[in-house]
Design a protein around this ligand. Sequence first.
Ligand SMILES: NC(=O)c1ccc[n+]([C@@H]2O[C@H](COP(=O)([O-])OP(=O)(O)OC[C@H]3O[C@@H](n4cnc5c(N)ncnc54)[C@H](OP(=O)(O)O)[C@@H]3O)[C@@H](O)[C@H]2O)c1
Length: 282
Amino acid sequence: MLPLANERPGLRSRQPSLTRSGEGRVSSPPSSSVPLTPLLIGPSPVLVTGVSPKGIGSTTVLNLAAHNPGLLILASRTKSRLQEVAAEITAKHPATRVEIVVLDLGSQKSIRQAAADVTALTDTLDLLINNAGIVVTSRQATPEGIEQQFGTNHIGPFLFTNLLLPLLRNAAKTSPPGATRVVSLSSAGHRLSPIRFSDYNFEGKPVPPEEDHFKPLPGAFGKCTPDGYNGIVTYAQSKTANILFTLYLQTHLAELGISAYTLHPGSESASQTPAAPENPDC
Ligand SMILES: NC(=O)c1ccc[n+]([C@@H]2O[C@H](COP(=O)([O-])OP(=O)(O)OC[C@H]3O[C@@H](n4cnc5c(N)ncnc54)[C@H](OP(=O)(O)O)[C@@H]3O)[C@@H](O)[C@H]2O)c1
């Protein structure tokens, strides 16, 4: 975790404390008026996305495995890494049934296949943790032409969650109200950008002030690639989308007994976070 370079006096008081990788240090937990339902892990299946050794996903599934879920589904992009974590779970918690599903959240074709694979394993799902996420610092796009971070961190989980909704609804029919839940990992970095509805692909289209990112961006966060792409801003946009998605789910699914939560997991040295580009300010 690196301190901000070129941090201006007084900036800290009115803006999030962010590290170079775009993550934040949160000094106090957010308050919530929604009563928390005790975490019930029992015979019901649970699914976590973005599972590979050393990541937050693997720590999450190892902790969940200790509670003996009836079925623990690990869904992520790289099969060999999934297998490695699954083997560790089986070694430590042999009673836990573990299944792996290959899922590329940057590809809607892969997402639809993965949802079908999950549905072949179970017709109920009591806990879905949308953990997978990427940080990129150069312009890339999904096969559908969506900016890579918005596509992978938000549009992908949005589609995957929607495709798994029938399973969540089935689980909610027999679980205590609110015990069936969707948890989406956001980031304190969301504070750097709202959703750029007028330019969500970050193509330089004009955006109204309320859709524009925080200015001035502090230190290395203000650096763009030569084609004007800022990976911190697009990451922040995707993490804001995680929060708005959660609010929408909570609003519309609560009456079905499904609750939705989002969180900043703290700052951890991510295994694949690239360094910010050393390019001109933008
Ligand atoms: N680390 C932090 O300090 C921090 C702070 C705030 C928020 N977060 C959030 O916490 C979550 C986990 O972060 P992390 O630090 O554990 O990241 P990480 O170590 O980089 O792990 C990310 C996981 O997501 C998977 N993934 C990446 N692209 C994918 C795709 N297209 N489809 C499916 N899976 C994909 C990766 O799979 P591969 O094995 O194939 O790479 C990996 O398992 C993210 O949502 C991140 O935004 C992290």
